[in-house]
Design a protein around this ligand. Structure first.
Ligand code: 5GP
Length: 176
């Protein structure tokens, strides 16, 4: 494997402060609506743990895993690897994700959940990459917009490493 270093991009205090702000936005918008907070596995679990502890209105927690098929640009190609446990008909859903890159997986997931009868599907992500997307993706709640770099920490991995880092960092490969 190529040698690399992880360089800090966003520090712990800044992340914690911002997540508390996002939580208050969600709390305001969903008061009395009892949404399903659908944590997208695996990376979404750390952000979700912080976010949910700061939301002071009732919600249901559930988990979902999905992957878009490799190499496709088209929408609709999605494989659900772990489905929600709760019925979703007539429920508001918030997909809690670590990062939105192309957004393809979340876009497809939203379509699937709406077809299944969800009342609404919104996205809450810690990070969103500043890139042009070929399809419309509404990201309702986000922590930080970041440059198009590969990042790790706060739930995000590189080959299953670094999910526990208490900051968000970018991977810098060292020349060999
Ligand atoms: P998308 O469907 O938005 O292109 O990407 C979905 C998934 O790719 C994310 O949930 C995340 O797991 C992974 N991913 C995208 N960008 C990054 C990144 O910069 N770092 C890490 N660790 N994972 C990423």
């Amino acid at each position: 494997m190529r040698e690399y270093q992880v360089k800090e991009l966003i520090d712990r205090e800044t992340i914690e402060r911002r997540i508390a702000e996002v939580a208050k936005e969600i709390e305001r918008d969903y008061a009395g609506k009892n949404p399903i907070m659908a944590v997208v596995l695996k990376g979404g679990f750390v952000f979700a743990a912080d976010l949910l502890r700061s939301i002071d209105t009732p919600f249901t927690v559930d988990f979902i895993g999905a992957s878009s098929y490799e190499g496709t640009q088209s929408t609709g190609d999605i494989k659900i690897t772990k489905d929600l446990d709760n019925p979703i008909t007539g429920r508001h859903i918030i997909l809690v994700e670590d990062i939105v890159d192309s957004g393809l997986t979340l876009y497809n997931l939203g379509e699937v959940l709406r077809k299944r009868g969800a009342l609404s599907v919104k996205i809450a992500t810690l990070l969103i990459k500043k890139i042009d997307r070929p399809f419309p993706l509404d990201v309702d709640y986000f922590g930080f917009e970041i440059p198009d770099e590969f990042v790790v920490g706060w739930g995000l991995d590189y080959n299953e490493r670094h999910r526990g880092l208490p900051f968000v960092g970018y991977v810098e490969f060292t020349e060999d």
